[in-house]
Design a protein around this ligand. Structure first.
Ligand code: NAD
Ligand code: LMR
Length: 338
């Protein structure tokens, strides 16, 4: 990230000198956790972040004191469990990695019972205190937690579909890394569009849309797709009960937050996959979907269609849609019953 971020920073300071003074107050909810801590550190390194509010039900003031010593210009403040409203005050971007991670043998959906209410309650506080903020949801199951945030804000009459994002960047990161390993391409130059949702079969990598991806076929293709779809399980298994991806997720989360901030700052052509309220499959009752999205001064600027698919990708998409629909409906039903 650092090389790329540094390159971006250089180009930003040349191209967007007038926006350099813009204030970007970012909050992390769940900042004391496995993702929250390294994510907070990476956000402290992002020159687009001028103020960083770290909140958790435990440990955030300590993380904030620690991160605040890093020699970049942003101000860092920590907020204890009873200070959520203060943490949210005036924030423009709120990143949410709060909630429990998987253990071996669990699916992301198995986290629903615990994480749904955590995310709903945080969303309600955001809707009350900082309704115009962009909300970046990391907490799993993303396919359900994003609809939970939307439905909670809808209930409050403050939902803005341009400002809610499920963070699926880790799937894009894994696809670039795993394809790079097979095709011998530099992951930095290997941009794979991953669409659908964020769990197992709902993760649909569109490898046919780039030459290096198109060159992988047969058993190697099947294995690559499986690895992209189930990369999270690899980490859960290797951590052996100690949680799921934290460091690669912090990287992915910081990278996506940087993209959102660049869009808010007026940078053009900031385009990346993210799980948003989407018209692409709404006619099939699936109103949240991840596809390439252009980020802009209001959040979502443009949702791109998925483009042309190979026969294999058509099959992957057909397998994705029913699962995704169930996950979305489960999230909505939870808020409706709350
Ligand atoms: P963790 O247990 O290490 O950290 C979670 C943190 O959330 C803890 O510090 C906990 O105190 C805090 N928390 C719990 N309830 C809270 C509340 N009401 N308000 C504020 N903070 C609260 O877990 P982790 O490894 O950091 O993972 C966090 C979540 O991110 C999990 O749900 C995990 O599945 C998910 N995740 C998503 C992706 C993705 O690609 N979107 C990738 C990895 C992990
Ligand atoms: C991931 O993809 O690594 C995360 O969603 C965490 C998990 O549970 O696998």
């Amino acid at each position: 990230m650092f090389a790329r971020a540094a390159a971006r920073t250089l180009s930003q300071s040349r191209t967007f000198s007038s926006s350099a003074a813009r204030q970007s107050k970012v909050a992390v909810l769940g900042a004391g956790g496995g993702i929250g801590q390294p994510l907070s550190l990476l956000l402290k390194l992002d020159p687009l972040v001028t103020s960083l509010n770290l909140y958790d039900i435990r440990g955030a003031p300590g993380v904030a004191a620690d991160v605040s010593h890093v020699d970049t210009n942003s101000e860092v403040k920590g907020f204890a469990a009873d200070k959520l409203d203060e943490a949210l005050e005036g924030t423009e971007v709120i990143v949410v990695p709060a909630g429990v991670p998987r253990k071996p043998g669990m699916t992301r959906d198995d986290l629903f019972n615990t994480n749904a209410s955590i995310v709903r309650d945080l969303a309600a506080a955001i809707g009350r205190v900082s309704p115009k903020a962009c909300i970046l949801v990391i907490s799993n199951p993303v396919n359900s937690t994003v609809p939970i945030v939307a439905a909670t804000l809808e209930k409050q009459g403050v939902f803005d579909e341009k400002r809610l994002f499920g963070v699926t960047t880790l799937d894009v990161v894994r696809a670039a890394r795993f394809l790079g390993g097979i095709a011998g391409t530099d992951p930095k130059e290997t941009v794979v569009t991953v669409v659908g949702g964020h769990s197992g079969a709902t993760i649909v990598p569109l490898l046919s849309q780039i030459p290096s991806g198109k060159s992988v076929s047969g058993e190697a293709y099947e294995k690559l797709v499986h690895r992209i779809q189930f990369g999270g399980d690899e980490v859960v298994k290797a951590k052996d009960g100690a949680g799921s991806a934290t460091l690669s997720m912090a990287y992915a989360g910081a990278r996506f937050a940087n993209s959102v901030l660049r869009g808010l700052n007026g940078e053009k052509n900031v385009i990346t996959p993210t799980f948003v309220k989407s018209p692409l499959f709404a006619d099939q009752g699936i109103d949240f979907f991840s596809s390439n999205v252009e980020l802009g001064v209001n959040g979502v600027e443009k949702i791109y269609p998925i483009g042309s698919l190979s026969a294999e990708e058509e099959k992957l998409l057909a397998a994705c849609l029913p699962d995704l629909k169930k996950n979305i409906e489960k999230g909505k039903a939870f808020v409706a019953q709350s």
